[in-house]
Design a protein around this ligand. Structure first.
Ligand code: TXA
Ligand code: MG
Length: 318
């Protein structure tokens, strides 16, 4: 059920229930960070392996001390600059945070979402909320309440209506080693912005080489329709002339189109808009029983890097 009633959301959470939770990145499946019952329900609903840790959401900086300790200087600088916002910090966990949240790791992932309804809710509770993206394991993240309903409506999930997510891509995740900032997941804050705040940052091995570390599954964000993610659309299109496909390009459309049954979509060279619309577009296209979705590689900079990272994982073929 989709609703704007924040009091019902609050009651459900206080009773160890789960809700659909709006944020500026994607919608989450939220529960009380201190309730093992709530945490287990989230893993079960998502069909998510227990070795994949959850992100904790806080509404104000005082709540940070409830879940973490020993905050490095660069973490403080980043929090000051980007919170509330789509940046998740990996910090040493406090003893109150259960191993279920962190998958047994000594670090906890924390962020303060930049969404007024989410912040109002968090600030009305006396515990932070864990919230992974509100999609079954490995499928496309939801950027609207309707997407969440599509996935979990039949389980009677209460979904707090917070409008379309304005960023549309998950948060950037960074950790800290000695004086270094390490990027664990590309996200809605581009590398360039991190670097202007704290100097150069290092990509962890998985981001550099595509090697999969626990909790950062290679296959992810996938529609049911086969998705081809290609450097050159022109070459791929030749294989599909008579088929029922969708073609998505970042900028200009290739001239070769004589495919009447195809859906053609361009982001007009606008990265921010592409970031915001991408998942919604994939959700829509996935309902149309197409033979395939063909997407052109984005420029590898700014949000384009994040989009390419997601599409690479979503793709059936690269
Ligand atoms: O934008 C977002 O971050 C959204 C909204 C709802 O806040 N949440 C989200 O959560 O994307 P989820 O669960 O779909 O992705 C969380 C990622 C996973 O890849 C997980 O492995 C990683 O965060 N993560 C969580 N705790 C970690 C830790 N201690 N060390 C390394 N990675 C961690
Ligand atoms: Mg997710």
């Amino acid at each position: 059920m989709i609703s704007t009633n924040i009091d019902t959301a609050k009651q459900l959470l206080q009773n160890e229930g789960i809700i659909g939770f709006p944020t500026e990145t994607v919608y989450g499946l939220a529960g009380n960070v201190f309730s093992d019952k709530a945490i287990r329900s989230i893993f079960e609903m998502k069909n998510r392996p227990y070795n994949n840790p959850l992100i904790v959401h806080i509404g104000n900086i005082e709540q940070l001390d409830k879940v973490s300790q020993e905050i490095p200087l660069k973490a403080r600088i980043l929090a000051e600059q980007f919170w509330p916002g789509p940046l998740t910090l990996l910090l040493k966990k406090s003893s109150e945070v259960s191993d279920l949240v962190t998958a047994g790791q000594s670090t906890v992932a924390v962020r303060m979402p930049n969404h007024s309804l989410a912040l109002d809710l968090l600030n009305s509770l006396n515990f932070p909320l864990v919230a992974p993206s509100a999609n079954p394991y490995q499928s496309i993240s939801p950027t609207s309440a309707k997407h969440v309903e599509h996935y979990f409506g039949n389980q009677g999930l209460f979904i707090l209506e917070g409008g379309e997510s304005i960023n549309g891509l998950e948060s950037t995740i960074v950790g800290f080693e000695e004086d270094e900032v390490i990027v664990y997941r590309h996200g809605a804050i581009p590398l360039e912005e991190l670097e202007s705040a704290v100097g150069s940052v290092r990509l962890n091995e998985e981001q550099k080489n595509g090697i999969v570390s626990p909790g950062m599954a290679a296959k992810h964000y996938s529609p049911k329709t086969p998705l081809i993610f290609a450097d050159s659309l022109i070459k791929q299109i030749e294989h599909f002339e008579t088929k029922d496909i969708a073609v998505i390009c970042f900028d200009k459309l290739p001239k070769l189109f004589n495919m009447e049954s195809s859906i053609i979509y361009s982001f007009q060279g606008n990265l921010e808009n592409a970031a915001k619309r991408l998942y919604g577009l994939l959700h829509e296209l996935d309902d149309r029983n197409l033979e395939c979705i063909l997407i052109e590689k984005f420029p590898d900079q700014g949000l384009g890097r994040t989009i390419n990272d997601r599409l690479k994982r979503a793709a059936t073929l690269n």
